[in-house]
Design a protein around this ligand. Structure first.
Ligand SMILES: Cc1ncc(COP(=O)(O)O)c(C=O)c1O
Length: 341
């Protein structure tokens, strides 16, 4: 029997999420391509964040917190998920958002307001010192007699990564009950926290698939450093038998013009997948990663083996602020063929 205390966790996600084959795209690419629908984890379609928050809020509640403080862009999926879970659990949410208050709310920001979160808009100078802003908000809450818990951007901590460790266990169980034994699992990387969690789960369960991420904001080496650091922290903090692999596979070059900037080619990928398979990606994260994966598979269909599974990590609401660009695209040129396939 282990003498390590159990890791605090609350149940939030609707799991196991389904794994579906992309029939038409697989035929077109010449490789079996599947999707794990982590966009369906529930709690306002909160995708990967709700898995992370099972552990982050588990820890917050174990510390008796009554207020969650976090930060992100105006269209942050993580901030909106924190707002949704806070409303669900009767906690306060305080969000520090990068940017100015728009004339009309849209997408995730609209939901943040509806869900009753307190919003702080940060200038670029404030955002450059976001840790100080979060510390000031935390101190302010304490001075008012509240018990705050701070979640860094994207839930990017060793605690948040445990959510995808649990997801890898879930996939392992699904493969024991009829899901394919994938050669490769592909996930979007902002920080790489989700990839770190999957790698830990792989090492702990013996899941066979290699775990690849596609960097959509940071460059690949930065993601690799983050993933290694999280795995080392997890080994120390939770006494888990995990260690960063010598080679952490991260696909580079698909960041486009940076986070929040979305090219027409990426919006075309969102549209093509919607039309081919009835699945909608978000333009900022999953579409860039999926675009990268399709570009790679078009070049060399079997480079990741015969069965590849892309984890759809959610983010649907950030589609709507791109309504003008999408309208132009949809009413303009024909979108019959995949841009990269
Ligand atoms: C929809 C979506 N997918 C993937 C990610 C990337 O998560 P991570 O920071 O764990 O790499 C994010 C995080 O911001 C996200 O919002």
């Amino acid at each position: 029997m282990s003498d390590t205390p159990p890791i605090p966790r609350i149940e939030l996600a609707h799991t196991p999420t389904p794994i579906l084959k992309l029939e038409r795209l697989s035929a077109r690419l010449g490789v079996e391509l599947w999707v794990k629908r982590d966009d369906l984890t529930g709690l306002l379609e909160s995708g990967n964040k709700v898995r992370k928050l099972e552990f982050l809020i588990g820890e917050a509640l174990a510390q008796n917190a009554d207020t969650l403080i976090t930060c992100g862009t105006l269209q942050s999926n993580c901030c909106r998920t924190v707002a949704a879970v806070s409303a669900r659990l009767g906690l306060r949410a305080v969000l520090a958002l990068k940017g100015v208050k728009p004339a009309a709310y849209d997408g995730n920001l609209l939901l943040d307001r509806m869900l009753g979160a307190e919003l702080h808009y940060c200038t670029d100078e404030e955002w450059a010192k976001i840790d100080d802003v979060l510390a000031a908000l935390e101190a302010r809450e304490r001075s008012r007699g509240r018990r705050p818990y701070v979640i860094p951007e994207s839930g990017a901590t060793v605690v948040g990564a445990l959510g995808y460790m649990a997801c890898a266990r879930e996939i392992f169980q699904q493969t024991k009950h009829g899901a394919p034994d994938f050669d490769t699992i592909v996930i979007t990387a902002f920080s790489g926290g989700s990839q770190a969690g999957l790698l830990m789960g792989k090492q702990l369960t013996g899941l066979r698939a290699q775990i690849i991420s596609v960097a959509v904001a940071w460059d690949a080496d930065e993601v690799r450093r983050y993933v290694s650091g999280i795995m080392e922290q997890a080994a120390r903090r939770y006494h888990l038998r995990v260690a960063p692999p010598a080679d952490i596979p991260v696909l580079d070059g698909y960041q486009g013009a940076g986070r929040g900037r979305v090219g027409e080619d990426t919006l075309a990928v969102v549209t093509q997948l919607a039309r081919t398979e009835g699945i909608v990606l978000d333009p900022v994260y999953t579409a860039k990663a999926f675009q990268g994966l399709v570009a790679e598979l078009s070049r060399a269909p079997r480079q990741f083996g015969e069965r590849v599974c892309f984890i759809h990590t959610g983010g649907i609401f950030s589609l709507f602020p791109f309504r003008a660009e999408l309208s132009r695209l949809l009413d303009g040129e024909s979108l019959v063929e995949w841009p990269h396939a």
